[in-house]
Design a protein around this ligand. Sequence first.
Ligand SMILES: CSC[C@H]1O[C@H](OP(=O)(O)O)[C@H](O)[C@@H]1O
Length: 348
Amino acid sequence: MSIKPILYENNVLKMIDQRLLPVEEVWLEYTDYRAVAEAIKTMVVRGAPAIGVAAAFGAAFGAREIVAADYDAFAPEFEKVCALLAATRPTAVNLFWALDRMKRCAKAHRALSPSGLKARLVGEAMEIAAEDERLNRTLGKNGATLIPDGARVLTHCNAGALATAGYGTALGVIRAAVEAGKKVAVLADETRPWLQGARLTAWELMKDGIPVTLICDNMAGHLMSKGEIDCVIVGADRIAANGDTANKIGTYTVAILAREHGLPFYVAAPISTIDLAIPDGSHIPIEERDRREVTHSGERQLAPEGVTVRNPAFDVTPARLITAIITERGVVSGDYRAELLRLVSGKE
Ligand SMILES: CSC[C@H]1O[C@H](OP(=O)(O)O)[C@H](O)[C@@H]1O
């Protein structure tokens, strides 16, 4: 049973502090939307779907504070709550998808009493969380058909249970393949600078008893050239209408290497990660994070004081390098613009 990094119990949001893994398993408690926003910004919780789930609960907490006689008075105040949460991180579209869904829920239930509306919003956040894990299991099954028995699968960053409400996307495919009886070995890129692969992917796969080998990011090409990797599967933070995909920094590099070595490169993501409002990857905002993530490992200084640093937290893999995109509504490849529109619209 894979971990659920976000729990809602007795009106309290509990989230595992992913900054402390794998050394410490510490759960933090939240009831205030401002604290939830800070948790997203500081990566207590991270991972596109998980960020959306946390923001949904944050919005519900913010709604509880609003004193308004009716929806017309409530709506502008709720907009301010959602705007503060939306300002936390720019790349993962699931954050904005979840907040828009909470605002649509409020509007749809505007006839409720203020207390009824606030309770309904908590229910919507709970449904977003429950739905995310459910669809990850479906997505996982859809993708598992692409993973051969005995496959050695490279992944980058953490697109596992810790990046979602549970089960994971890229690692959801791995879990589903294992549950289908396949022998799967994972190679996890450590994923500098925040080390989601070393600290999170290795941790959660070991907890589940799934074979995992940790490698440094600069080892992937060598191991591909030696025939030690059979395919690549990663998550996503935002997929543009043409299939260009933003994911953790270094994903583009892995995609280039996979193409060079003739290896399949799969992206696993829920429909909520697809952003049809942007035509291609050049429009995806790329978060630049604090320089200290590069110059330090915890308190240990790794670079000279004052050195110039870049720290883009994501990059964009062009659709042409992506073998297939795995979602809960099916697996698509080829003409991504048409295929993604079909998936999102739900039309066959
Ligand atoms: C299941 S999507 C996870 C996605 O989010 C990660 O970014 P971050 O850890 O900075 O939130 C990374 O891009 C993963 O692929």
